[in-house]
Design a protein around this ligand. Structure first.
Ligand code: ARG
Length: 438
């Protein structure tokens, strides 16, 4: 009853309304109102620009410093050694502790240890540091910021390693130099905007796999095509001119002039196309047993490395992957047994299976020899298939990818207890070197 509208008479109504309106829209109020609205719009535009219009730029630095509480180990000289990998990971983790959540617009992306060398007082670490900063930034001024953050953390943070402050040097390097540094390092994936591409961890499959969405996700993957017959096999780029593939791919035709190679994530619109000048099959390839199923193909003209065409690393012959190590296989092969080639590159995460298990009577019953490697799942479901042959099985070590296998054979595809069988690349490291000098 309190708000009963009938209490107001119609006669009063226009007057009251008129007065109120005049009071509210007086010039001062109007001015304030306009200012407030303008300010809100301004702030909104600022926020949107800040978050949506990503005008940050990458800045790269080469950092070198002495660490006095690490003793040099001979295996630090070998990039794939367990010692180098573990140390590098620890150093990289320390770097993110130092630079992450550093104040202001400076954003730490990642560090990548390039070298650990012996030193009278311990070891010297050489690492690339990557930052994002608004494009207005100046590399030298950012450098001072980075040094300040580092010196501050040396004083205030509990760090696992003792960095000799006076040994610390920081050099700003440009995009090209960083690219050269990394491109000398095989197996590195970058997005088109020069950001490191992190490893994907979800379960995927070629049979039961997923398409690769990002161009440059598997930049060493090539398609080997026979003129007039299209895609036959996969292959992996290991230098500007050499591809590693399977010997059985050339069973139909060994004439290099009949083959072409394409790069890119689709077969129909490749980024790069090349003809083949030379094909080298392993001398002891045996089609009856699939032994030594490895071959090299040399391009007639070199390909230049970029973010979408890049070589994969060859593993040292000493590399050992324990059973159940996560590895990825990629290819344009069919997704069902005897199905058609896929136009879009696909990837699958599989796991290594020990030769002992793979040679069990109920699995491959002794057919796996020392030059072979099994990968997949005992329950089947995820596997390479026809057309993936010759393609890479790769292993990710600190975002550097190594080719550990070449798709070779399998009983049908993705069957239980019939995992994929791959040529064990480490076993042929010497053979590859003897033919290519790589
Ligand atoms: N040999 C087949 C080819 O020529 C690929 C074999 C891979 N099979 C497998 N189940 N993993 O494409």
């Amino acid at each position: 009853m309190m708000y009963e509208p009938l209490e107001f008479s119609e006669a009063d109504y226009p007057q009251v309304e008129y007065q109120r309106r005049e009071q509210f829209w007086d010039p001062i109020r109007l001015a304030i109102f306009t200012l407030v609205i303008a300010a809100i719009i301004g702030i909104a535009i600022g926020i949107v620009t800040h978050f949506v219009v990503e005008d940050d730029k990458s800045f790269y630095y080469l950092a070198s410093f002495q660490v006095t509480n690490i003793k040099y180990n001979e295996n630090y000289g070998m990039r794939t050694s367990k010692e180098f990998t573990q140390r590098s990971l620890q150093i990289e983790r320390m770097m993110s502790r130092i630079f992450q959540r550093s104040s202001g617009p400076l954003r730490f992306i990642k560090s990548h240890v390039i070298k650990i060398s012996p030193d009278a007082n311990g070891v010297t670490i050489l690492t690339v540091l990557m930052f994002r900063y608004p494009s207005t930034g100046n590399a030298e001024r950012i450098k001072t910021k980075i040094e300040n953050i580092l010196y501050q953390s040396l004083k205030t943070k509990q760090l696992p390693f003792t960095i000799n402050k006076s040994s610390f040097t920081l050099t700003s390097i440009d995009n090209k130099k960083m690219r050269n540094l990394l491109n000398n390092r095989c197996g590195i994936r970058m997005t088109p905007s020069n950001m490191p591409l992190p490893a994907f961890t979800s379960t995927e499959r070629i049979i039961q796999g997923r398409e690769t969405s990002v161009e440059g996700e598997w930049p060493w993957q090539a398609s080997l095509q026979l003129k007039g017959a299209g895609h036959q096999c996969g292959a992996s780029l290991i230098s500007n001119t050499w591809l590693l593939t399977a010997a059985h791919c050339f069973r139909r035709n060994k004439d290099p002039s009949q083959w072409i190679v394409t790069f890119g994530t689709t077969i129909t619109s490749p980024i790069v196309r090349r003809s083949v000048g030379r094909i080298i099959l392993h001398e002891n390839y045996r089609r009856e047993t699939n032994e030594n199923d490895i071959a090299l193909a040399q391009l007639t003209t070199r390909v230049e490395f970029s973010n979408v065409v890049q070589r994969v690393c060859l593993p040292d012959s000493s590399i050992k992957l324990p059973p159940k190590t996560s590895v990825f296989v990629t290819g344009f092969g069919s997704i069902v047994d005897d199905g058609p080639t896929q136009n879009n590159l696909r990837q699958a995460r599989v796991e290594t299976i020990s030769t002992d298990v793979c040679n069990r009577k109920d699995v491959y019953d002794g057919l796996i020899t020392s030059g072979m490697l099994c990968a997949g799942f005992m329950e089947g479901k995820v596997d390479a298939c026809k057309g993936d042959s010759g393609g890479p099985l790769v292993y990710d070590n600190r975002d550097i990818w190594y080719i550990v296998g070449i798709v070779s054979w399998g009983q049908s595809c993705a069957l239980p207890k019939k995992p994929g069988v791959y040529t064990k690349v480490s076993q042929y490291r010497g053979w590859i070197a003897s033919k290519t000098g790589i």
